[in-house]
Design a protein around this ligand. Structure first.
Ligand code: CAA
Length: 285
């Protein structure tokens, strides 16, 4: 059965991006946020990105209008009762996420519904164990900027039913047009298990005076043909998110390469978390 009604929990950077790609794929989207201010910020984020899609020729004016019409917002998770697939995309905080999954489990009535998390590193098994139906829980991990990057990681656990996994894969692949890779439930999944040690190494290089941030970024852009350097990328992801992922990975693997370096901790402590706050390794307008 094709998924036609989706719920997104959280309208931050990732939640807004996921909501946008769903709306652009002709799906009815209901977005949960906690406050009027966060809802307004999320809506603006989506509308700005849709405008960018139009100005870069990716979508027409009409497609933007239609996508905007498919988006509705709510302050009450109880409104998710009729959703066939929900993607949770709130802060990387295990307690907040498990509470949301407990509530979603009680609210979403379809026993074959997909309850997905966009977590980068919190075990899907942990989220599943906060519910009475761990067979419905998967990870659906998108990449930022969501409208641009074609990958989704599908993370299944020992408890995930094959029907639910197939439904999630069909949705991400056939409905959203993303490329799907499957990963076991290991902190960081495939991409962050590779990416995070690289980002932390770049931060350590700057911290130790090995090279300047500009030169580290320039080296990877020009020498490895990466679209952006690791420090600019850490700013884009959000240094708070990078730290949270590193913490989860360090907790799971106890490998020094996942330990967040002091410079990262200091910047997060000072609120310099990257593009979303206007300052991280670089400054943003
Ligand atoms: N809707 C549709 N298309 C859009 C768009 C939008 N809102 N915004 C941008 N685009 C398109 C542009 O039209 C452009 O397309 P063409 O190349 O076909 O012209 C393309 O996206 C690139 O956009 P820009 O030219 O405006 O910007 P850029 O060339 O400077 O690229 C970037 C910016 C896309 C961010 C690029 O630098 C990039 O891909 N960087 C790497 C990002 C990355 O690695 N993300 C993953 C982070 S890890 C993560 O997210 C997961 C996690 O758990 C931490």
């Amino acid at each position: 059965m094709t998924v036609e009604r989706v719920g997104i929990v959280g309208a931050g950077q990732m939640g807004a991006g996921i909501a946008e790609v769903c709306a652009r794929a002709h799906v009815d989207v209901l977005v949960y946020e906690q406050t009027r201010e966060l809802t307004a910020a999320g809506r603006n984020r989506i509308l700005r990105s849709l405008d960018r899609g139009v100005s870069s020729g990716k979508i027409t004016e009409r497609e933007r209008e239609n996508a905007a019409c498919r988006l509705r917002f709510t302050f009450d998770l109880a409104d998710f009762a009729d959703r066939q697939l929900v993607v949770e995309a709130v802060l990387e905080d295990e307690k907040i996420k498990t509470d949301i999954f407990t509530e979603l489990d009680a609210v979403v009535t379809d026993p074959g519904a997909v309850l997905a998390s966009n977590t980068s590193s919190i075990p899907i098994t942990t989220l599943g164990s906060a519910t009475t139906s761990p067979n419905r829980i998967v990870g659906l991990h998108f990449f930022n900027p969501v409208p641009v990057l074609p990958l989704v990681e599908l993370v299944t656990t020992d408890a995930t039913s094959e029907t639910v996994a197939d439904r999630a894969e069909q949705f991400a692949g056939d409905v959203l047009g993303k490329q799907v890779v499957r990963s076991a439930d290991r902190s960081g999944f495939v991409v962050n298990a590779l990416l995070v040690p690289y980002l932390l190494s770049a931060i350590r290089m700057v911290e130790s005076g090995f090279a300047t941030k500009e030169d580290v970024d320039k080296a990877t852009v020009l020498g490895l043909a990466h679209p952006m350097g690791p420090l600019a990328l850490a700013d884009l992801i959000g240094l708070d998110t990078v730290k949270a992922i590193a913490d989860s990975m360090y907790t799971e693997f106890a490998e020094p390469l996942f330990a967040p370096p002091p410079l990262l901790l200091q910047m997060v402590g000072a609120g310099q978390v990257g593009k979303k706050t206007g300052i991280g390794f670089y400054r943003y307008e």
